[in-house]
Design a protein around this ligand. Sequence first.
Ligand SMILES: NC(=O)c1ccc[n+]([C@@H]2O[C@H](COP(=O)([O-])OP(=O)(O)OC[C@H]3O[C@@H](n4cnc5c(N)ncnc54)[C@H](OP(=O)(O)O)[C@@H]3O)[C@@H](O)[C@H]2O)c1
Length: 280
Amino acid sequence: MEKDIPEITLNDGLTVPAIGFGTFKLTGIEGVHAIQSAIDVGYRLLDSAYNYENEGAVGESIRRSSIPREQLRVTSKLPGRHHNYHQAITAIQESLMCAGLDYYDLYLIHWPNPKQDHYVEAWQALIDAKKWGLIRSIGVCNFLPEHLERLIRETGVAPSINQVELHPYFSQEQQREVNAKHGIVTESWSPIGNGTYLLEDKVIGRIAEAHQKTVAQIILRWHIQIGALPLPKSSTPGRQLENISIFDFSLTDEEMQQINQLTQPDGRIHDLDPAVFEEF
Ligand SMILES: NC(=O)c1ccc[n+]([C@@H]2O[C@H](COP(=O)([O-])OP(=O)(O)OC[C@H]3O[C@@H](n4cnc5c(N)ncnc54)[C@H](OP(=O)(O)O)[C@@H]3O)[C@@H](O)[C@H]2O)c1
């Protein structure tokens, strides 16, 4: 792994870097170039999904890169339409064939889809795929405490990761506490608020000026210091480097407190509540 990016050890022993690269919307040859550049600037953890239709671009960028496969951590996710056990196994096989990979380092259930109520059998499929060597570590996204607790109760296996919407306007303190109680690492999606109004926040702007960093860097540093693993996406090499260059400074307790206070109960940027939202 890159020398200046700390590593985190998951509850099953797999190590991952403290920051990863989001790939939503990075598709086709342009996507390959963007992901290749991300690997070049130092990202070693790649986030993808069956539903992003870019597992092929991720696989191709890995083949074009000079970084050995074993130094990368490649993630994909199971879509809601394949939660039935046998469909889930087939989807994992399809994910691997799309990427041209022998294994994924991480495979996550993309959304719980509680109305469908098939996420426990989807989880059993991930448990078995891990046993067969198709996946090294298994986790979930957007799982609320009750979904996590049910998985653990019914299968005895806790996820290694729960990837949730998380940024200063929606800091997910209680969810993070529940994840930590079960030894689950919290990954942050839309960590810089999807590049929207969060980047214009005045409080964070003042902190950025004081550190001579950008607002995006302050936000990403805040994720590191609350113990979350952010997955910023950028199509441009300059921003990719900016977003990963956050390990040479720290925020003070007071600055952390100021950012913590920005959270709002309805602070979700995408209005996607896992209790009701369904993803297929
Ligand atoms: N599990 C889930 O349900 C779920 C849901 C959503 C996302 N995700 C994952 O999380 C990743 C990140 O989330 P996201 O893509 O929604 O949002 P994000 O990473 O918070 O923001 C990406 C946006 O910010 C812009 N940007 C990046 N760096 C910047 C910088 N330094 N300064 C200004 N603007 C910057 C990007 O534009 P450019 O590309 O033009 O630089 C892009 O428009 C996704 O790519 C995906 O892998 C997972």
